[in-house]
Design a protein around this ligand. Structure first.
Ligand code: NDP
Length: 509
């Protein structure tokens, strides 16, 4: 605890007031502040221009078109990136088909495994470079890209490398054949990690891929192209084409594509489902969410507070499985909210490259506008609004951690995916009411349960319409564990053996 006896030791730092639980009195300043701890950018070389990665080579778009990618923390344009045309997408699909037929698709599982192990190792060796680049291009705090995104991306390659020569064990009694060429469209909230979720199982099963990253976060995918070259991956096995959503749709409807995997908004997911309807293409959709984090009166409240904070403020709340609805049992709602407000006052918002930053920059101006609009709707509809006092950088797309109490089920902030650092608090009296409220959303991706009773965890988990249910924790990810949704959160599973299943055709022996 800080030395609060000496007034002279207290420094007023901005408007960060001490949590009331410290007993310092109203308005008393926190007696210390973290010194800036910026991660160096030196390790990364961002080129002025990036091409498409087709057939193992970096090439310009056919019409030489480019678009800029922006650092959301500073609004500076980082680089110009090739804007693929439909003709470029066709080239990428042809390259992937050739590799599937004549090189990658012909390799034995143990040979594919060696490449995947090599990619995992290179990702680990270059992890700092990837983490810094991810934070610069996406706005996420370096401690998250360094400790979560990049290690988990490498872990996916390790994990699926292990399966590549064991498909007979994964699907006993059946012969697992690759589907062919996969079109993979990924979002901006976990750019490298979503790339790994998509590419690792596809390659392990013998498929080749054409991947389209989100337009606001193309840089780590393009750095991954270098990894593919370093690992000597046969040309055409992985192709990466940057460009607008329409290029994604061109891939989805392309006759040369056998499988589509998409992570992103529910609206685009529906368009993609329509795009593949009537074909025999495989499809996995990982879409939005509006997860309930349910706290019972017997829960360890301090731990629950950490789980709630991690659930909604991790990655600025730009997480499909974010615990954006807190359902608190009525008897503990007051102490819980008080603890939560105390904890919010210690969250540091700012430079994503500072190792002390908890909440970085919102990914884009458009996303910041969406969050702002939904927060305004919450105020207008009558929920109680709270934000801790904290200074935001002058430039860049930042948003304070936000808490709404007295939220009604009908409020937009209780129904719509905000995809920002905004928590809506609702209450319940009985477990049945908690289940009913938790399931009362078009989504069904994830949920959290906080209670000391194991029997209650099991009983609640079976009643939740959610693909993932965490108990006394939140946002835990592991490559061995399947992840995916119900209802408007999509279908199909990624991760684990289920993730492998989405990339094979099973035949009788
Ligand atoms: P999108 O769903 O538009 O973007 C996801 C990916 O799909 C991007 O690569 C995008 O390309 C591509 N895309 C866009 N339109 C099409 C299309 N018609 N056909 C094929 N691919 C397409 O998400 P947004 O960036 O617009 O975010 C909007 C909202 O979606 C967020 O506020 C959030 O609620 C939700 N979302 C959910 C995510 C999740 O993890 N489930 C991830 C991201 C967003 P491009 O970037 O070039 O437009």
């Amino acid at each position: 605890m800080p030395d609060v006896t000496s007034e002279t030791k207290l420094q007023r730092i901005g408007s960060n007031n001490a949590p009331s639980s410290w007993g310092l009195g109203d308005g008393q300043a926190i007696p210390w502040e973290y010194a800036p701890a910026p991660e160096s950018r030196e390790i990364v070389t961002i080129k002025d221009r990036y091409g498409l990665f087709i057939n193992g080579r970096e090439v310009d778009a056919e019409d030489k078109g480019t678009f800029g990618t922006v650092n959301p923390a500073t609004e500076e344009i980082l680089s110009q990136v090739a804007k693929a045309t439909p003709a470029d997408a066709d080239r990428a699909v042809r390259a992937a088909r050739k590799a599937q037929r004549y090189s990658w698709g012909q390799l034995a599982g143990r040979e594919r495994a060696k490449y995947l192990f090599r990619i995992a190792r290179i990702l680990q060796e270059r992890s700092r470079e990837f983490a810094v680049l991810e934070s610069i291009d996406s706005g996420k705090p370096i401690k998250e890209s360094r400790d979560v995104d990049v290690p988990l991306a490498a872990a996916h390659f390790w994990y699926y490398a292990g399966w590549a020569d064991k498909l007979d064990y994964a699907f006993p009694g059946r012969v697992a054949r690759p589907l062919g060429v996969a079109a993979q469209i990924i979002p901006w909230n976990f750019p490298l990690l979503m790339l790994a979720w998509k590419i690792a199982p596809a390659l392990a099963a013998g498929n080749t891929v054409v991947l389209k990253p989100a337009s606001t976060t193309p840089l780590t995918a393009l750095l991954f192209a270098e990894v593919c070259r370093e690992a000597d991956l046969p040309p055409g096995t992985v192709n990466i084409i940057t460009g607008p959503g329409s290029i994604g749709m061109h891939l989805v409807t392309h006759p040369g594509i056998d499988k589509v995997a998409f992570t992103g908004s529910t609206d685009v997911g529906k368009k993609i489902a329509r795009g593949v309807a009537g074909t025999d293409k495989g499809l996995t959709l990982e879409l939005g969410g509006k997860a309930a984090n349910i706290v019972f009166e017997d829960a360890a409240l301090d731990q629950a507070v950490e789980g709630i904070v991690n659930g909604i403020y991790f990655n600025q709340g730009e997480v499909c499985c974010a615990g954006s609805r807190l359902l608190a049992q009525e008897s503990i709602v007051e102490p819980l909210i008080e603890k939560l407000k105390d904890r919010l006052s210690t969250i540091r918002v700012g430079d994503p490259l500072d190792k002390n930053t908890d909440v970085g920059a919102i990914n884009s101006r458009a996303q910041l506008e969406k969050i702002t609009e939904l927060v305004e709707s919450g105020k207008a509809e009558g929920a109680d609004f709270y934000q801790p006092a904290c200074d935001l950088p002058e430039r860049g797309y930042f948003f304070r951690p936000t808490l709404f109490t007295n939220v009604a089920q009908s409020h937009r902030i209780a129904q719509e995916e905000i995809f920002g650092p905004v928590l809506s608090v609702l209450t319940f009296r009985t477990p049945d009411e908690a289940v009913e409220k938790a399931n009362n959303t078009p989504y069904g991706l994830s949920a959290g349960i906080w209670t000391e009773k194991g029997s209650r965890i099991l009983s609640m988990a079976t009643k939740m319409k959610a693909g993932v249910v965490w108990a006394n924790t939140f946002n835990k990810f592991d490559p061995t564990s399947p992840f995916g949704g119900y209802k408007e959160s999509g279908y199909g599973r990624e991760g684990g053996m289920h993730g492998l299943h989405a990339y094979v055709r099973l035949e009788d022996r």
